[in-house]
Design a protein around this ligand. Structure first.
Ligand code: URA
Length: 211
């Protein structure tokens, strides 16, 4: 099956998913969107109010900021794949529960990553960072790159954090400005299947989890 077909199949399954309690309160599931051959994949936390209404990821205020950040590196959102750890909005924007994260990543996110096979995965916020770097602190590792099981992971602050805490905005912008360079390096790296202990002189991940 082509990556595009696989992503479409996952999206259909997500739309009908009843594997956890989040399906009771969702209006629309949000599988994610972007080209099947995207080199960059963004993983946020979970749909918010607007995403739940529209069935699309990052379409509210945080999404506008994400679009702006992409613009700063000369990219548009239709060139990247954008999704979330959980595909349905947790009621009242509560944190996703561990079992919801586990079910959703196992059934959908892992398959999306495999289908797209991105050069770089940007985690937005601590939930998605936690899938790859279980003991990391976002304040210590944001903007750095880590090889985790053959994938280049770059944890970043969630764009919403930059909207709530204005001092973080330039930090997030600076991290984003490194993306083209990281992408270029990952394109030429032959190390993907045998990860080096560190990449681009950044610290290696201390501990890995799901993937
Ligand atoms: N925040 C997220 O983590 N994901 C979205 O899709 C929107 C807001």
């Amino acid at each position: 099956m082509s990556a595009k077909d696989e992503l479409e199949q996952i999206a259909q399954q997500v739309a009908q998913c009843q594997l956890c309690e989040l399906h009771f309160s969702r209006k629309r599931a949000v599988p994610g969107e972007g080209p099947a051959n995207a080199e960059i994949m963004f993983i946020g936390e979970g749909p918010g109010f607007h995403e739940n209404e529209q069935g699309r990821p990052f379409v509210g205020a945080a999404g506008k900021f994400l679009d702006e950040l992409l613009g700063k590196i000369g990219m548009r959102r239709d060139q990247v794949y954008i999704t979330n750890v959980v595909k349905c909005r947790p009621p009242s924007n509560r944190d996703p529960k561990p079992e919801e994260v586990e079910i959703c990543t196992k059934h959908y996110l892992e398959r999306q990553i495999q289908a797209i096979n991105p050069k770089v995965i940007i985690t937005l916020g601590r939930y998605s960072m936690g899938l790859f770097l279980s003991n990391a602190k976002i304040s210590e590792v944001h903007g750095q790159s880590f090889w985790v099981k053959g994938r280049l992971i770059v944890p970043m602050y969630h764009p919403a954090a930059g909207l709530h805490q204005l001092s973080l905005k330039p930090v997030i912008e600076k991290d984003f400005l490194r993306l083209p360079e990281l992408l270029e390096k990952s394109r030429h790296s032959e190390q993907e299947s045998t990860p080096p202990s560190s990449f681009d002189s950044d610290q290696p991940a201390k501990q890995l989890s799901l993937f």
